[in-house]
Design a protein around this ligand. Structure first.
Ligand code: NAP
Length: 362
């Protein structure tokens, strides 16, 4: 039961007569959100870059076949102004999830910042033109709150919460976090210049858990695959991170979209964990036949070798994250949205089982 009884009661009467838009509908987070929306009997307008890619859309189509809601697919691109007009026509709620989630890129401005910021502007400016829109739910990130775990020391309460903004990311340091920070700031600026629709923001930590299909892609699955396929067999760092189940993130979006009182930002993270802790928990579940790391790599070794393995893992990133826990307060998501977070083991086990079944670990 990921939403408490009072949120469930409030959502029982949610407005079903108007369609809702989900941008980035082919994504990992969007898939579980669309599943929930279809379960609720809603009509979902799914905005995707390539509606002709039937393979990429197969899982969504299969959901629409077996669930009460309806699915309609539209072509839209974050970088094309006006390209969300058709998809948004008549919608009451817009869930804007589309944004590049890639840690290692060639050109951070071109590959991350531009699509995140221009895309957010394009979607929200379309909401200004569409009279039916009453609410926009933006999938931001904890990355718009902080870059590195060590940043918690400089916050007023010594922990990450919704009052904190990321002031340390740049094109050179944690470029993905920079893109999410600028995109969320652009969203608040647009929202504050009007009064018809309300902006509600979800700021998830690292999202893990099963996808709607075995066609598993994206950074969340690539991290999980690296933990399980032997890439890190010699060990994993004590790199602190917040973790939340993708199904809980979907519930958070649903509550943000339809609870009459929902407003502002919501840090959505269930657990404070680390690479090595995730490895150990997975190993207990998967058994010794998988080369899942249980040994903690010393920080000095990660500092030396990290940048060679992945150019996004700079020495500054290692210094400010390895050995630093993710310290956070998720009270607002529990009290305002009624979220009840799943145990971390359920998230890891279900995701591992899906990866194993997909054959990507053999
Ligand atoms: P994902 O599976 O990679 O999905 C990203 C989606 O964005 C895809 O549908 C992709 O479409 C779309 N997209 C990218 N560039 C686009 C463009 N130029 N025009 C239109 N669509 C574009 O990533 P995800 O993990 O589901 O992430 C979804 C959202 O959650 C993102 O906003 C991300 O920042 C946020 N988030 C994710 C995590 C996490 O751990 N996964 C944590 C916090 C926040 P294509 O299929 O066409 O590429």
């Amino acid at each position: 039961m990921p939403l408490n009884a009072s949120t469930q009661a409030l959502l029982a009467g949610l407005e079903r007569s108007r369609p809702v838009l989900v941008t980035g509908a082919t994504g990992y987070v969007a898939g579980q959100l669309i599943r929930r929306l279809l379960e609720e009997g809603l009509t979902v307008h799914a905005a995707v870059r390539d509606p002709g890619n039937s393979e990429r859309l197969a899982a969504l189509m299969a959901l629409a076949d077996r669930l009460p809601g309806e699915l309609h697919v539209f072509a839209s691109d974050l970088l094309k102004p006006g390209s969300y007009a058709q998809a948004m026509a008549g919608c009451g709620v817009v869930f804007h999830t589309a944004s590049p989630f890639v840690v290692s890129v060639q050109d951070p401005e071109r590959d991350l910042v531009r699509p995140a910021v221009e895309g957010t502007r394009n979607v929200l400016e379309e909401a200004n033109r569409q009279a039916s829109v009453e609410r926009v739910v933006l999938t931001s990130s904890c990355a718009a709150i902080y870059s590195d775990n060590a940043d918690a020391q400089d916050t007023p309460r010594g922990c990450f919460d919704e009052s904190v903004w990321n002031t340390t990311a740049s094109l050179e340091h944690q470029a993905y976090s920079h893109s999410k920070t600028l995109a969320e700031q652009a969203a608040w600026q647009i929202a504050e210049r009007q009064s018809r629709w309300r902006l509600v923001v979800i700021n998830p930590s690292l999202v893990l858990g099963p996808a709607i299909s075995d066609d598993t892609r994206g950074e969340s699955f690539s991290l999980m695959t690296q933990l399980c396929d032997g890439t890190l067999r010699i060990g994993a760092p004590d790199y602190g991170m917040g973790v939340v189940d993708v199904r809980d993130v979907a519930e958070a979006h649903l509550a943000a979209g339809f609870l009459p009182t929902a407003n502002g930002r919501h840090l959505v993270a269930g657990h404070s964990s680390s690479f090595i802790e995730l490895g150990r928990a997975l190993r207990r579940h998967a058994g010794p036949q998988y080369a899942i790391p249980t040994r903690q790599l010393p920080k000095w070794l990660v500092w030396l070798a990290g940048p060679l393995a992945n150019k996004a893992v700079t020495r500054k990133v290692v210094a400010r994250n390895v050995g630093h826990p993710f310290v956070f307060d998720n009270t607002r998501s529990r009290e305002q949205l009624g979220l009840i977070y799943r145990p971390l083991e359920a998230t890891l086990h279900d995701m591992f089982d899906q990866l194993e079944a997909s054959g990507r670990l053999s």
